[in-house]
Design a protein around this ligand. Sequence first.
Ligand code: PMP
Length: 311
Amino acid sequence: MGAVGFNEAEWIWKDGEYIRWHDARVHLLSTAVQFGTSVFEGVRVYETPRGPAAFRLREHVRRLFDSARIYRMLPDYSQDEICAASCETVAKNGLANGYIRPMILRGYGSPGIDPAHSPIETYVATWAWGAYLGDEALAKGVDVCVSSWQRVMPNTIPARAKAGGQYIGAQLMKMEAIANGYVDAIALGPGGLVSEGSGMNLFLVDDGVVITPALDGTSLHGITRTAVIQIARDLGYEVREGPVAREQLYSSDELFFTGTAAEVTPIRSVDRIEIGTGAAGPITLAIQRRFLETVRGQNDDPHGWLTHVQG
Ligand code: PMP
């Protein structure tokens, strides 16, 4: 099967060199393939009046290194070098709108569980990519369910690290949701409270207050999440982080996902129960508008979130 839903680029950065897209191969018995031992990031690149710009690149690379540190697989590069490699790869591939996927993995060495003898390899891939859940999703909202799969306990797999193997749980959620006719799913944490989506964070709007589940060790501390909290406050809304019970989803006035891929995606129903009026809500759309203006370089980027990629 070829590439579905995205365009292959020409070059991938690997440990300081550029290799062709189809030469970015790892061995079947690599530790990363056997056991999911990779850490990665997803960063969006937007076309702006000053050329392509990456959204919160430094924060993403910082999180990549935090993930690598947790899994004892820090690379020989600095965070600045990975930021520079990311910008260079975008420029070399001639990308305007797209996605950057920096990745650190344990390669081919030892077939056993101990990854210490498998080399650490560092890659930066980039490709052109549109709206993750589709343009219509951004405008009209999506229909989602509460998953029968839950997030893991904080002391089983670290939710704050973005490691490849962790996403088998997200895949179970996503596949179940699609099989049942939904676009995506919301997961509860092991304590039964709302955690996050399969690959995004979640916000509610209740009586004009913007609410998001607190970071309780069951969800990823999303970089879009903190940007959206800032944007909501900039727009004058009160923002609360705290416990969210499942039934609050159904009774909220508005609901939306945030994430690098999902951006700010309204949710119009959960488990076939309409949220609010069953359409994208006004506060969601105000936040989405400010978010999209900022990432597209249509305002003065007050928080310094854009890194311009020199061609
Ligand atoms: N939760 C999970 C599990 C994710 O994979 C992502 C995507 N990175 C997010 C939340 C959203 O995080 P961010 O805004 O940093 O992309």
